[in-house]
Design a binder for this molecule. Structure first.
Ligand code: SAM
Length: 213
């Protein structure tokens, strides 16, 4: 299937679209994230790139209370939904484009957002610039299905109660705009990160993980 780019930085384009995303049931994905990330014991700092409302950051802070977590997102609506959640002392939300960030983190992660980058090499270059030798990296995103039939099979296998019709439409569009495993491997090779592992993690997702050399 050819890639059809989604909204870029314009997603979510309204508070109601942000709310629809926020209302969707992501608990199983957050559980999988916590199970699949590396051991972070002893690490001091983490960056959540494209954090949305920051529910992954909040869950991570419960698993690792000593970790200082900065969560960055361009959507003021997503940030404000997140700031209405019960505050976690170690999580700070920033309304900021990740491509403009400076800093140095022990753990860098990004969930379901790589496909929003029209130039993914800029994203991977940013991951490198925010890292030092030993930084742990974990990126999970959707994987573009091979054809319409696979796309429909994924949608059929997704429980109806997971989100409203706006969310399901966004999910369909996100699948079409996601990168394939081969495309991600090629992106990583282009920026000297070809040693990171790229694996399929579930029916619709891929994970990119490893430690910066
Ligand atoms: C599909 S949502 C994922 C949110 C969250 N990571 C999750 O898994 O629930 C994509 C998010 O990426 C954000 N985003 C897209 N481009 C961005 C950029 N350049 N810098 C920061 N945030 C960005 C959007 O505002 C949106 O909240």
């Amino acid at each position: 299937m050819n890639r059809i780019p989604e909204f870029g930085n314009d997603f979510p384009s309204s508070m109601s679209q942000a709310q629809s995303y926020s209302n969707a049931i992501r608990t199983p994905l957050i559980r999988m994230f916590l199970e699949h990330i590396p051991d972070l014991a002893g690490l001091a700092t983490a960056a959540d790139l494209c954090s949305g409302e920051g529910d992954y950051a909040d869950a991570l802070s419960e698993a690792y209370p000593e970790l200082v977590i900065n969560a960055y997102d361009t959507s003021a609506d997503m940030i404000s939904i997140g700031e209405a959640r019960e505050p976690k002392p170690s999580v700070t939300r920033f309304n900021k484009d990740v491509l403009t960030l400076d800093g140095d983190f022990d753990f860098i992660y990004c969930t379901y957002s790589l496909h929003h980058f029209e130039d993914p090499l800029k994203f991977w270059e940013k991951v490198k610039s925010l890292s030092h030798v030993g930084t742990k990296v974990f990126v999970v995103d959707l994987r573009r299905p091979v054809d319409e039939t696979s796309l429909e099979n994924i949608l059929k296998a997704t429980p109806m109660e997971i989100g409203d019709s706006t969310f399901m439409e966004d999910f369909r569009n996100s699948l079409k705009s996601a990168y394939t495993i081969e495309e991600v491997q090629s992106q990583l090779a282009s920026v000297g990160l070809g040693y990171l592992e790229v694996v399929q993690c579930d029916i619709h997702g891929i994970e990119i993980k490893g430690e910066i050399h």
